[in-house]
Structures are given as structure tokens and as C-alpha cells.
Design a protein around this ligand. Sequence first.
Ligand SMILES: [Zn+2]
Length: 311
Amino acid sequence: MRGRFYLPALGLLFLILIVPAGCRPAVVAPAIAPTAAADVTTTRPPVVSTGRPPSPTPATPSPQPSPTGPGSATPMAIPTAGPTATPTPRPSPTPNRDILCSERLADDGLLTVVTLTYGLSRDFEPRGLVPLSGYLPGDVTLGYPNELRHVAVGPLVRMITDMQAAGLHPFVISGYRSYSAQAIARQKWAEAEPERVNILSAPPGFSEHQLGTVVDFGSPELPEVVGQEDIEFHTYFYKTSEGFWLADNAHKYGFTLSYPFEAQETTGFFWEPWHYRYVGVEMATFLHEQGISLTEHQLATEPPPCIPDTP
Ligand SMILES: [Zn+2]
């Protein structure tokens, strides 16, 4: 009897000593990014993202000149002294259970829930869109003709200015994406990779980019980190200097990570460490401190703002 007791007891002692020290699961990023439906990938897994149409081969972004030309614009005279207070975000869209989520029109607030079941009408276009080329230099916009709601531009410029002052080189690869632009991207992906279209591209009306307050960031370190030339999006963005900085500081400027690693079940989207949404400093700081996404917060605290439907 004694021997029977000692053996399990020794085993238990072993576990007590060893488990906390060496077997705690490390926070390991998945090697691949199987689902990134909010965006569109530029090529095969583990690559993810952008709403741009796929091309046969991964390509370097072809700068699309804006009216003023890439690089010709300089940041506007927006105060660059660190994060500043932003207006308190409005609580949430008025609940309306009489409409399908795919027929919603977002208001001018910053907290509209958009997921794979909470969509936006094809008629919804945010107000106050401005071209980023008027506010950021070409080495940040890469010449892409992206737009963003004006309310998010000042904080974005301040954040990027501070990143550059810290020796970083962030890119802004994607911003506002209209319903029709998302539809075109989705269609091209459906033709190129029909079996993976649902994890590569959100259906039109179900991308946060339609809100005009979302930015996809890039890093010049990414190709080396991933080991693939010309790559724009990859979950390894979190390993880049820009990714680290954003994860630690974006909330101070009012930006929040929409699709954290832990929130896939709630958001419906795989981890997108490059996809930040402007929600105002107060809300972004709250979410950062709580360690949750806006979607988690909104769906937990607000009644359904519409009738969820399946895209
Ligand atoms: Zn995105």
C-alpha cells in the first residue's frame, strides 16, 4: 500500500515542480493565418490581407498616383505633441431590431459593430472621407490612393509622426474600402481561389473598412521577418518594430486592434495584428486596459443593433 501511495505522490510532486516552470503554454503565434476574412491576402498562407484584388504573383504595391502625386503632399499642420484627448465616443448605434444587419446604415459614431453577421448596407458610405495623400507623405502611403474619415486622420498623423520620431517606418497600406470595392475584391478572390474565398475576403458589407475609420499598417521589416519578398500582410507583423509599437501605443491615439489573437470566436475574424480601427482615446484605452476587442465589448454590453443574417 505504501509503495502505491509513494509513486503517485512523487509523480504529483514532479508535476507541481515542473509544470509552472516549463510547461506553461507560451504565447505562440500560429505559423499560418488561415482565416482573415476582413481583408484579402496577397498570396498563399500564411500571408493575409488587403482588399486589393489578388494578382497571379505576389507583387510589390504598384503606386497609384493620387491627384497630387505620391510623396508630393506633406502632413498638414496638425499638432504632433503626443496623444491628445479626443471627443468622447458616442455610446453605440441605436438598437434597431427591425432591419437585417446587411441593410444597416452606420451613424457618425465610431463604435458601429461590423462582423460577419453584422453587416452594412451597400448604400452606406461614411461622411467626411479625405484622401490620405493630403496628410501623409508618399513613403508612408506608398502611393496608394487611400481615404479615411477626417475624424481619424489627425490622430493617425500624430501617431505616425511619433512612430517616425522613434525611428520606425510605418506604412499605411489600406484605409476606406467601399461596398463595391469590397465586392470586386471578393469576386476576384472567388475566381482565383474559390475554395478559400471565405477565409481570404469578407463579403461586401461585412468589412470594417467600409466604416472609413480603419487602417491596415505595414512594416518594411516584414519581408525579412517572414522570409518572403514583397509581402504586405502576415501575422508576423506582430514581430516587427512597427507591430510591437502599435500593440503597446495605438490606444493612446484612439486606435484599437479589431481582431486580436484571442478574439477569433467573437469577431469571426482571424488575428490581424496590422488592422487598427479608430474609436477615440477613451474607448481605445478602456479596451486596451481590459484586454478585449471593441466587438467583444459591444456585443456583451449592447443589445443586438439589427437582425443578424448570414452573408
Ligand atoms: Zn484591414
